[in-house]
Design a protein around this ligand. Structure first.
Ligand SMILES: Nc1ncnc2c1ncn2[C@@H]1O[C@H](COP(=O)(O)OP(=O)(O)OP(=O)(O)O)[C@@H](O)[C@H]1O
Length: 235
């Protein structure tokens, strides 16, 4: 569970987060969406402890994120652009991260590694990978340690259609197991089969946080994109 309580963050005069309060519960797959520059990445980075808010409080599974890094072990994070040492191979990156975490092999989730056929690519150097293969490595790492919370930033960007389906099916399976999954994406058509709730931000403010069925029934729309457009145009 993630609780964001009255969080604000400014960069100079710009309020990137303006008094945001939201609660995200386990077993939900939540779309975090909004226009470019609305504060989504700033919110995610604040949850991950990569940005320190000016005010407010964030709890992840009951732990204050300002209180130390231990809580991060419970979060799998797939960044928009994964950055890895160029001269390491995929195999070395996977081994290094497994070594750092010291998780017993039996507790690793290697389902995506197999589904994306990563074992045949282990010898490839990170610096030579295509954008999509790099995304696959990031996805594998996000799910590897079976975290309770997954934060996926534009997860399907750059993935081919087959890999997108593999990742979407994985997201559904993990949500059904009771994980909390927060996804930012501009590709709403990719999200509508997955998500149970939508958080919409604009200009650093929370515009709404609704269950998807409620959003669709309130707007009498069948498509997520049209429903959001209707709410935001005030119809
Ligand atoms: N480190 C920073 N220094 C200054 N301004 C920043 C910084 N990080 C973000 N901003 C600004 O804060 C605002 C919110 O940015 P943010 O990246 O959170 O938006 P976003 O909703 O994730 O956008 P996108 O959909 O384009 O990824 C933007 O105006 C951005 O320029």
């Amino acid at each position: 569970m993630i609780t964001v309580d009255a969080v604000s963050k400014s960069f100079g005069k710009l309020k990137a987060l303006d008094n945001i309060s939201i609660t995200c519960r386990s077993g939900e797959c939540i779309a975090l969406t909004g226009p470019n520059g609305s504060g989504k990445t700033t919110l995610i980075k604040s949850i991950l402890g990569m940005i320190v808010p000016d005010s407010g409080k964030i709890l992840v599974n009951g732990e204050d994120v300002a209180g130390g890094w231990k809580y991060r072990e419970g979060i799998g994070y797939m960044p928009q652009i994964g950055r890895y040492p160029d001269n390491m191979t995929i195999g070395q990156v996977l081994d290094m991260i497994k070594d750092m975490r010291q998780t017993p092999a039996a507790r690793l989730d290697e389902e995506l590694i197999r589904a994306f056929k990563i074992p045949s690519l282990l010898h490839k150097r990170m610096g030579t990978l295509s954008g999509g293969t790099r995304q696959k490595v990031s996805a594998c790492l996000a799910f590897l340690f079976q975290p309770d919370v997954l934060i996926l930033d534009e997860p399907t960007a750059g993935l081919d259609p087959v890999s997108t389906e593999i990742l979407k099916e994985k997201i559904v399976r993990e949500t059904d197991k009771g994980k909390l999954i927060l996804i930012t994406s501009h590709v709403l058509s990719d999200l509508e089969e997955l998500v149970s709730e939508v958080i919409y931000m604009q200009d650093g403010k929370l515009c709404f946080h609704k269950q998807i069925e409620r959003l669709l029934s309130d707007t009498k729309e069948e498509r997520l994109g049209r429903a959001i457009a209707k709410v935001m145009s005030g119809i």
